[in-house]
Design a protein around this ligand. Sequence first.
Ligand code: A8S
Length: 181
Amino acid sequence: MEGEFISKYHKQLDVGANQCSSTLTKRIKAPIDIVWSLVRSFDQPQKYKPFVSECTLTEDFKVGTLREVNVRSGLPATTSTERLELLDDEEHIFSVRIMGGDHRLRNYSSKITAHPETIDGRPGTLLIESFIVDVPDGNTTEDTFYFVQSLINCNHNCLAEVSEKIALHNQNSEQTSLVDG
Ligand code: A8S
């Protein structure tokens, strides 16, 4: 299934000679509704992205809207201006493009899809994220892969942690309400 989803949703058609592109997956032990509600919060990426300190929208939350993201210190970046390209709550597709900011990732765009999956007999989620970006001057393709993939892996791990915490909390309150009758 994973391969099918990747070829259906994550085929990068035009990867230029000075660009790099890749697809990462993460299995999360939480139902898709919980994971999706975090992924789709274009206005609050700090709910799960550990490097984001603040985010403000320039207009109402809709496709085409820009957000100004402030990045925590310690990274080679301070701000990023990003546009919501696609939000499909039925098919669970979310795509963002970086328009500018104080950092080195030019022409970055990413797409996330989420797919329900049973993990250890419980409702879980398969998350797939692909990206494409220019290789910055003075860097190799390998450096760029490594840099971007590390950031995305951190985001995925935190997304899993937050989602799994909410799922566990929901399970516990369901049990309590069963007992309370
Ligand atoms: C995302 C993915 C990435 C974010 C990168 C790759 C970024 O926010 C950080 C450091 C940078 O140097 C670039 O979906 C930028 O968050 C953490 C500011 C864009």
